[in-house]
Design a protein around this ligand. Sequence first.
Ligand SMILES: Nc1nc2c(c(=O)[nH]1)N[C@H]1C(S)=C(S)[C@@H](COP(=O)(O)O)O[C@H]1N2
Ligand SMILES: [Mo]
Length: 229
Amino acid sequence: MSDDKLARIIEARMKLKGRFEAQTAASPALSDAKPQGTGPTNRHGMPQLPVGQHEVDKWPVLDLGVHPSVPTAEWKLVVDGAVKTQVTLRWEDFLALPQVEDVSDFHCVTTWSKMDLRWQGVRFSDLIALAEPDEAATHVMCHAYDGYDTNVPLAEALKDDVLLVHTVDGEPLPLVHGGPCRMITPQLYAWKGAKWINRIELMVGDRPGFWEQRGYSMSAHPWRNDRYG
Ligand SMILES: Nc1nc2c(c(=O)[nH]1)N[C@H]1C(S)=C(S)[C@@H](COP(=O)(O)O)O[C@H]1N2
Ligand SMILES: [Mo]
């Protein structure tokens, strides 16, 4: 990527984050040194595990039971809704965006936590900056190839550790964990991270996704034991 293009993406990201600064700072997650949630030193002296969680060694698979296999040649990710420019990324476009690495924990609301996963991918904030979200946009609905969806406030989604990942612990993200590409939300329960993500819909106002319609929390903060809506 050219220096120019990179500078433009970073500027757009920072502008977008600026809009949500106050909300983000007031968030009950482990806000907000950089990069967020990264490994032991960034747990900021909090206990290793949020209340009610236990650490697992093997990473469980948890989903609706459908594992849609989408070859990268056919893969697409759309950013639409309350945006100035609708964006459709193909796999090469996705890989051409600035790539980051981050280590973070993965807390499932069913009480298991997988610690210290090393992710590689693209920051959510860089990706949606390309679409220039409307001033009025407040939340996103993330949609996936298996029909799953989940809503996330922009103030949370713009945090530095929220990524669209293609690699975990040095290997391509396995299909059962959402490969070739999933979102992760290390400071929220893991159901907020859509596996097999294919559309990010910018919304003006909030709306419940799959689990949120079935009794789970709209905000989903593990450090507040915020499990149910
Ligand atoms: N597309 C999709 N994403 C999803 C789900 C799903 O069913 N479909 N389940 C969610 C839930 S409840 C959790 S805990 C995590 C589990 O991710 P894992 O299977 O990689 O552990 O994915 C989340 N993302
Ligand atoms: Mo979950």
